[in-house]
Design a protein around this ligand. Structure first.
Ligand code: ACM
Length: 505
C-alpha cells in the first residue's frame, strides 16, 4: 500500500480512527504540515496538545542513530499514533506515510464526507537508501507557471523525494531575477518564437514566449518546499547554454559587438560566455543573489555541452589557457568553474556540475551529476567525487515511455517504466529524474512524462534498488508487487488532480 515501500512494515489487525477529538503532539512545523495535508479533505481540526497520550498523534524527535537524518519509526494502534525520528525531516516523511495510510480521498483538495478516516494498525521502521532523491524540472525552455511548481513540490514530497533541481537558465530563456543585471530577465526571459513540432522538422511556431520568476516568488516557493522537507537546488547553467544571458549582455559573450537573440531553436548553442575577469565578476554577483534566495547547501552551475570554438577563436581565451599552463582551450572550463566553486565555498556552499567537467578539470569536491551514461557514474567515483546518478538511460523522463507512435512528441529515445524500476545506481549520493522541457510546454505534458516513472525512481531512491535477474530485468513477482502499490499511488494522484501516463501493464 505504501509507495515508496518502507524498510520494515508489519500490519496488524485493528485501526485508529481519527475524529474531531484527535489532537497532535509534534514540533510546530510538523504539526502544521500534518494539518496542511489532512485537514482540507477530512475537515478534522487536529489541534495541538502538549503531551502524547490516548487519542493523540505524537510525532517526536528522539535520538536514534539507526534512523539517520531522514528515517522514522511509526506505530499506529487503537490508542493512537506514535512516530519518532532523529530530526524533523524524518517526522515530515512520517506525516507523508500517515497520509498514505488513510483512504485515498485524503488527497482531495476540498472536504470529502462519508469516509471513515481510519489508520490501519501498523509498525513501521523506514530509512531511505540514498540521501539524494531528486527531480530536475527545466523551467528555462518553457517558463512553467508558479502554481505548477507548487503542485510539483507537493507531489515530490508525496513520494519522499527530497530535492527539486530547478534548471533556471538556458539558451532559450533566463528565468531568475537578478537585481544587479535586470536585462537577464527583461531581455533574456523572452524569445520571439519556439520550434513547432520536433527540432529536426526545422519549423518555427512564430509565437513569442517568455516569463521569469521574481526573487520574492522563489523565496516563497523555497519556504513552501522546506515545510514539506523538499530542498530546492537552483541551476544557473554556465558557461554554455547561456545564449539568453549573452543576448541580454553582449559583453558576456566572445564578440561584444554582436547582438544575439534569445534562442528560438532547441539544441546546443555555439555561443558561450567569455572568460574575462569582468564576466567572471558578473557571474559571481549573479551567484551572490542566487544564494540569497536559495538557502540549500548546493548550487548547480551547469557545465554540460559547452562548445569551445569561440574560445579557440578568441585570442584572450587562448592567451589565458597558455598563461595557466592548460594543455587545451577546453580545460579553461575546469579552471573557470573552479573559480565559481571557490566563490560559492566562500558562501558556505557546495558546487554541483554536470559530468562533462570530469573531462575538463572538475573543481575539487564538486558533486557530479552523471548524465551521459552509467559509465559516467563510475568515472565520477573514480575521480573521488560525490555523484548523483542521473543517466539518460534510466532517468531522462523527457524520453517517451514507449515506442508507440501515439506517444506525445519526445526529444529522443524510449525509457520504459520497468527500466526505471530496475535501475541499479550503485554506491552514489543518490538518484535524480530529469524533466527537460523542450517538448513539455504544458502542465499536462509535464505530468504525462513525470508519472508513473518518477514514482518508480522515488522507490529506487528511498527503498533501494530491487534485485534483478541475470538479464538485468525485474523479476515478475517483484514487478507485480510494485505494480499493485503503484495502482494505489495513481489513485492518490487522481484524487490530487495530478494526471499521468497510464502504465502499460
Ligand atoms: C544535459 O542533458 N544536457 C545535462
Amino acid at each position: 500500500m505504501l509507495l515508496p515501500r518502507p524498510t520494515h512494515l508489519i500490519r496488524e489487525a485493528g485501526h485508529f480512527a481519527l475524529d474531531a477529538a484527535t489532537s497532535v503532539c509534534a514540533p510546530v512545523g510538523v504539526a502544521d504540515l500534518l494539518r496542511e495535508l489532512l485537514t482540507p479533505a477530512t475537515g478534522l481540526p487536529l489541534p495541538p496538545v502538549g503531551a502524547p497520550g490516548e487519542g493523540v498523534i505524537s510525532l517526536l524527535v528522539r535520538d536514534d542513530p539507526e534512523l539517520g537524518a531522514e528515517g522514522y519509526r511509526l506505530r499506529v494502534d487503537p490508542a493512537g499514533v506514535r512516530a519518532v525520528a532523529a530530526a524533523e525531516a524524518g517526522l515530515r516523511w512520517a506525516v507523508q506515510t500517515l497520509r498514505q495510510l488513510l483512504p485515498e480521498q485524503v488527497y482531495a483538495a476540498g472536504p470529502v464526507t462519508g469516509v471513515p478516516w481510519r489508520l490501519p494498525m501498523v509498525e513501521i521502521v523506514d530509512v531511505p537508501a540514498y540521501p539524494w532523491r531528486g527531480s530536475l524540472l527545466d523551467v528555462a525552455r518553457w517558463c512553467h507557471p508558479l502554481p505548477l511548481l507548487y503542485r510539483y513540490v507537493d507531489v515530490l514530497a508525496m513520494h519522499k523525494l527530497n530535492t527539486l533541481h530547478l534548471h533556471l537558465t538556458d539558451d532559450q530563456g533566463w528565468r531568475f531575477e537578478v537585481r544587479r543585471y535586470p536585462r537577464l530577465t527583461e531581455v533574456g526571459g523572452f524569445r520571439v518564437a519556439s520550434p513547432a513540432g520536433h527540432l529536426r522538422d526545422g519549423r518555427s511556431d512564430g509565437v513569442p514566449h517568455g516569463g521569469w520568476y521574481r526573487q520574492a516568488e522563489l523565496r516563497d516557493l523555497v519556504a513552501y518546499a522546506a515545510r514539506r522537507g523538499v530542498r530546492i537546488m537552483p541551476e544557473i547553467d554556465l558557461p554554455g547554454h547561456a545564449q539568453a544571458a549573452i543576448a541580454a549582455y553582449p559583453e558576456f559573450g566572445n564578440d561584444p559587438t554582436r547582438q544575439l537573440a534569445v534562442g528560438t531553436t532547441w539544441g546546443i548553442s555555439t555561443h558561450v560566455l567569455n572568460l574575462e575577469p569582468a564576466t567572471l565578476a558578473a557571474v559571481h554577483h549573479i551567484l551572490d543573489e542566487v544564494v540569497e534566495v536559495f538557502p540549500f547547501e548546493y548550487v548547480h552551475v551547469g557545465g554540460d555541452e559547452v562548445p569551445t570554438a569561440e574560445w579557440a577563436a578568441n585570442p584572450a581565451a587562448v592567451a589565458r589557457a597558455t598563461e595557466l599552463g592548460l594543455p587545451r582551450v577546453a580545460d579553461l572550463q575546469g579552471w573557470w568553474t573552479g573559480r565559481l566553486a571557490e566563490h560559492l565555498a566562500g558562501h558556505g556552499r557546495r558546487t554541483a556540475v554536470w559530468d562533462e567537467l570530469l573531462d575538463r578539470g572538475a573543481p575539487a569536491g564538486a558533486t557530479v551529476f552523471a548524465w551521459r551514461g552509467i559509465d559516467r557514474i563510475d568515472a565520477a567515483r573514480a575521480a573521488g567525487l560525490p555523484v548523483v546518478a542521473a543517466p539518460y538511460s534510466h532517468t531522462y523522463f523527457d524520453w517517451a515511455e514507449s515506442d508507440d507512435p501515439a506517444e506525445p512528441l519526445a526529444i529522443a529515445g524510449v525509457l520504459p517504466l520497468r527500466t526505471v524500476y530496475g535501475f541499479q545506481p550503485g554506491d552514489v549520493l543518490g538518484v535524480q529524474g530529469q524533466l527537460w522541457s523542450e517538448y513539455l510546454p504544458t502542465e499536462q505534458r509535464v505530468w504525462w512524462r513525470a508519472f508513473p516513472r518518477l514514482a518508480a525512481l522515488a522507490e529506487v531512491g528511498w527503498s533501494g534498488p530491487v534485485p534483478t535477474d541475470d538479464t538485468g530485468a525485474v523479476p515478475p513477482g517483484v514487478w507485480a508487487e510494485f505494480r499493485s502499490r503503484l495502482t494505489g499511488q495513481l489513485r492518490r494522484l487522481d484524487r490530487a488532480g495530478v494526471s499521468y501516463r497510464p502504465p502499460d501493464d
